[in-house]
Design a protein around this ligand. Sequence first.
Ligand code: PLP
Length: 370
Amino acid sequence: MKVPFNIPHITGQESQYINDVIETKQLSGNGKYTGLCHNWFKEKFGIKHCLLTTSCTDALEMTSILSDIQPGDEVIIPTYTFVSAANAFVLRGAKIVFADSQKDHPNIDHTQIESLITPRTKAIVVVHYAGVACDMDPIMEIAAKHNLVVIEDAAQAIGVKYKGRFLGTIGHFGTYSFHATKNLQCGEGGLLIVNDEKYIKRSEIIWEKGTNRAAFIRGEVDKYTWVDVGSSFLPSELNAAFLWAQLENYDQIQNSRLAAWAYYEKHLAGTQNITLPNIPDFSSNNAHIFYILCKDLKHRDNLSSSLKEKGIQAYFHFIRLDSSNVQQNTVADLHFPNAQIFEQRLLRLPIFKDITKEQLIEVIMEVKSF
Ligand SMILES: Cc1ncc(COP(=O)(O)O)c(C=O)c1O
């Protein structure tokens, strides 16, 4: 492949920190590197409380337990998103109520949320697609009015600000992903951000298999016992050590991606039949995804095949969750015309920390000449 879709960036420090973990034999979770990562997130993003997890999916499952989702409760999520946001709640018996995207962006159309609320609604999951912020002020207002929990799935949105506040720190909970495809990565990994203090104590217990082991490690209790439901949501120190090497290089990683993103934007501007991504004024950008919108499905598929023939990997993204058989939508006869646009017309171009100018030029030329 001349231009692969993604090559995970390795900073060079990962093996040193992993060796440190091996030499000190402190391999299980919640050790030195987990602590370093937690403190980094707190200082960098002004987070009150966070917990490293084995994935963003696990962090979302923790929010589902913490929100006390019961069978029959309803959770509103955008249909144009990754399966984990739905699964986390379906696993606890919730019914998923899907919302459409905005007309001009894959993010949830917040003007639709209120009409989807019923007496059974417990939570709203918003997803900051491509690292672009949802309009959080009206969403938080609706949630406060109806006493709902807001979960920000910020899997793709590390480092992005909404009106000056970091994504993941605005709702009751936020989640990040450190999957190998994300800006900062450790193969598989995630972060749960707890913004509402009333959930902090329980989050640590759920994280540590339903025990008070975290309190025991801090010397607050003399033995640790089974105190609540929970699972093994914490990653080993090997993963945390890898992630620490990435966090130390946060600025270089983000800046390189932003430069690549800006290059695409500048040189693809004005290309016939193609719409470039739209970032509202209230959001900053972390260059997680550079997507273009093609004219229609046929145009998108033909373009992606043509790029593939030239050695360039470009991918569509989500297939609408409401079209899955796993759970029928509870609100009958809803259509999702905007999500359908992004399902059919969106094409993601290669972007990663180490993409070269020559590779960017190659992609731009092929897209333009198609
Ligand atoms: C919006 C969104 N949410 C959740 C996830 C799941 O993340 P993870 O692979 O860390 O579980 C992803 C992964 O791509 C995602 O894009």
